[in-house]
Design a protein around this ligand. Structure first.
Ligand code: C2E
Ligand code: CA
Ligand code: CA
Ligand code: CA
Length: 275
C-alpha cells in the first residue's frame, strides 16, 4: 500500500500532522521548561591560534527535557523563533550567562547568541543594560553574536541597536560569516568587533579550493577593516595549521573542546587569573 498514490498521500498527511503537533507541544513545553529549570547553558571554549590559550567561551543553550532527554538548539530554537517565545528565552539566556560569568574568578569573555527578533525589539539595548547592572558583569566581557538574518530585515533599526549596545561597552560579533548575504557593504557599514567564519568553510578547507579562497579573502578584508576574525568548527590540526598560516588569530571547535556544562569549565573559570 505504501507504493500506491493514495497510500503515499495518506502517509504524508499523517506525518505532517505529527510534525505540527510536535511543534505545538514543544512550544508549550518550552515555557514550562524554563520554570522547571530544564534549560541549561553549555560553554564552548574559544582559543588563541598561536598560544592555544582559552580566550573566552561561547554560550550554547541546551534543554534537558524530562521525557525527551537532551534537546539541541537546532530542534527548539526555530520553534521558539516562529512562536515569538525566543524573546523570553533569549532574555533568560542572557541573564543567566551574565550572572554565571560575573561570578568567575578568571574574567574571561562570554559570547551569547542573539536572535533576529531580539535585535529588532526596540527594548533590547535597555534590557541588556539592565542585565549588566543586575549581574555586575563588566560590559567588555560580553560579546553578542548576531547573524546576518538579524540585520537584513531592518538595517537601520539593527544599526541603531548595535550602536546603542556598543555605547554600553558590549562587543558585537557577526556570526556564521559567509553563509548569508554577506556583502562587503554590510561589513563596512556595521561596526562589528569580530567576524566569525562559519564552520562550513573550515570543514572544506583541505579539499575545497573555494572554501580556502573564501577564508583567505575574508581574512584580508577583515584585516583591512581592522576587525579580528575567529574561525568556527576547527576539528583537526590541519584546520588550525591552515588558519594560523593565513593569519587567523582565533578559533573555536571540537579540536579544543565541545560545548560542555558549567561544572566542566569550573577549573578554568575559577582559576586565579594570570597577572
Ligand atoms: P552557532 O551559533 O553557529 O553555534 C556553533 C554550533 O556549532 C554549535 O552547535 C556548536 O556545538 C557547533 N560546533 C562547535 N564546534 C564545532 C566543530 O568543531 N564541529 C562541528 N561539527 N560543530 C561544532 P549547537 O550548540 O547545536 O547550536 C546550534 C545553533 O543554535 C547555534 O549555532 C545558534 O545559532 C543556535 N543557538 C544556540 N544557543 C542559542 C541561544 O542561546 N540563543 C539563540 N538565539 N540561538 C542559539
Ligand atoms: Ca554563535
Ligand atoms: Ca556560528
Ligand atoms: Ca550557525
Amino acid at each position: 500500500a505504501k507504493n500506491t498514490a493514495s497510500g503515499s498521500v495518506c502517509f504524508y498527511d499523517a506525518s505532517m500532522d505529527f510534525a505540527a503537533r510536535e511543534r505545538n507541544a514543544l512550544a508549550i513545553e518550552m515555557r514550562h521548561g524554563i520554570e522547571k529549570g530544564e534549560f541549561e547553558l553549555f560553554y564552548q571554549q574559544q582559543n588563541d591560534t598561536v598560544s592555544r590559550e582559552i580566550i573566552g567561551f561561547e554560550v550554547l543553550l541546551r534543554w534537558r527535557h524530562g521525557q525527551r532527554g537532551m534537546i539541541t538548539p537546532g530542534d527548539f530554537i526555530p520553534i521558539a523563533e516562529s512562536t515569538g517565545f525566543i524573546l523570553e528565552l533569549g532574555e533568560w539566556v542572557l541573564r543567566m550567562a551574565c550572572i554565571e560569568a560575573a561570578g568567575w574568578k578568571n574574567p574571561l569573555k562570554i559570547a551569547v547568541n542573539v536572535a533576529a527578533q531580539q535585535i529588532a525589539d526596540p527594548r533590547f539595548p535597555a534590557m541588556v543594560h539592565q542585565i549588566l547592572i543586575d549581574s555586575g558583569l563588566a560590559p567588555s566581557r560580553l560579546e553578542l553574536e548576531i547573524t546576518e538574518s538579524g540585520i537584513v530585515a531592518d538595517q537601520q533599526r539593527a544599526l541603531h541597536a548595535i550602536r546603542q549596545l556598543k555605547t554600553l561597552g558590549v562587543k558585537i560579533a557577526m556570526d556564521d560569516y559567509g553563509t548569508g548575504y554577506s556583502s562587503l557593504s554590510t561589513l563596512q557599514s556595521f561596526p562589528f568587533d569580530k567576524i566569525k567564519i562559519d564552520r562550513a568553510f573550515v570543514d572544506g578547507v583541505e579539499t575545497n579550493r573555494q572554501s580556502a579562497a573564501i577564508i583567505r579573502s575574508t581574512l584580508i578584508l577583515a584585516a583591512s577593516l581592522d576587525i579580528p576574525v575567529l574561525a568556527e568548527g576547527v576539528e583537526t590540526e590541519q584546520h588550525i595549521d591552515f588558519l594560523r598560516n593565513e593569519g587567523c588569530l582565533q578559533v573555536q571547535g571540537y579540536l579544543f573542546g565541545r560545548p560542555t556544562p558549567r561544572s566542566e569549565i569550573e577549573h578554568v573559570v575559577n582559576a586565579v587569573p594570570p597577572l
